[in-house]
Design a protein around this ligand. Structure first.
Ligand SMILES: [Zn+2]
Length: 256
């Protein structure tokens, strides 16, 4: 039998804030190598994709790979909870029968606590579309920093009112930071404040949100491009200084 296409699916958790999901090609040279990327063609040494590929490719004796995630988090956002679903696709694998449990163990050992993969199993190409199009609500934890001197008791009271109130319907214009690569359009998304706690001068805020919500902008307001925002509702300019995907809920939990 000649080389074949092999796909496996699984879930990953990501415990660091400097790791993109897929190969981060240099935007100036598109991977060819230039001064901006010091000739490497990419802007980070690693990605979730490469930490998997480095172990999987030699075992499967495969040539090329693609990584299909069920959505993606920003590079500086940790992916916790029950992890994110993905499909890892290899073209021209010369040795398709690999022990996936051993593979996961070795990926995790070499990743050295940066990522963890689990529940690996072989799948077919239909899963790529299913995984990429699965829309799930997510819980986030955001470290929110407020501008200037704030009355902490007053902030707590406003957060309490938000938590007790109905979920928020947001209108989000494509954020400035991604406007160069995404169509500029308006999205309607919902958000619900779950709970929060003070942590030094910050607030750790847990939010439940509809798939595709831009959380950093839902907090800052993005110069009025997301309305309402936490900044607007609290009456204080807020920034999201750290963000974790706390959990991805099962697909059935998503409202239309
Ligand atoms: Zn470059």
């Amino acid at each position: 039998m000649g080389p074949v296409r092999v796909l496996f699916e699984g879930r990953y958790r990501k415990f660091v804030r400097d790791l993109p999901q897929t190969v981060f090609y240099c935007p100036r040279c598109k991977g060819r190598g230039c001064n901006h990327c010091e000739g490497f063609g990419k802007l980070t040494k690693d990605s979730v994709q490469e930490l998997i590929a480095r172990v999987a490719m030699p075992r499967f004796k495969a040539r090329r790979n693609k990584f299909h995630g069920a959505g993606r988090e920003d590079m500086d956002v940790r992916m916790l909870g029950s992890g994110r679903l993905f499909v890892f696709e290899m073209q021209k694998a010369k040795r398709p029968d690999v022990d996936l449990e051993e593979l996961a163990a070795e990926i995790n050992r070499r990743a050295d606590h940066r990522i963890e993969v689990f529940d690996l199993k072989l799948c077919d190409r239909k899963r790529v579309v299913e995984v990429k199009e699965s829309h799930c609500a997510k819980e986030y934890q955001a470290r929110v920093r407020m501008d200037g001197v704030v009355d902490a008791a007053e902030i707590d009271a406003r957060l309490q009112a938000l938590q007790a109130g109905p979920r928020l319907d947001l209108v989000q214009q494509t954020p400035q930071r991604v406007a160069h690569r995404r169509a500029d359009k308006e999205r309607h998304r919902w958000l619900q404040l779950r709970h929060w706690q003070r942590d030094g001068k910050d607030w750790l805020v847990n939010l439940l949100s509809q798939h595709g919500t831009y959380i950093k902008e839902a907090i800052s307001g993005d110069g009025g491009r997301t309305r309402p925002s936490l900044s607007e509702l609290l009456g204080v300019p807020c920034q999201c200084v750290e963000l974790d995907v706390w959990n991805i809920l099962p697909a059935a939990s998503e409202d239309a």
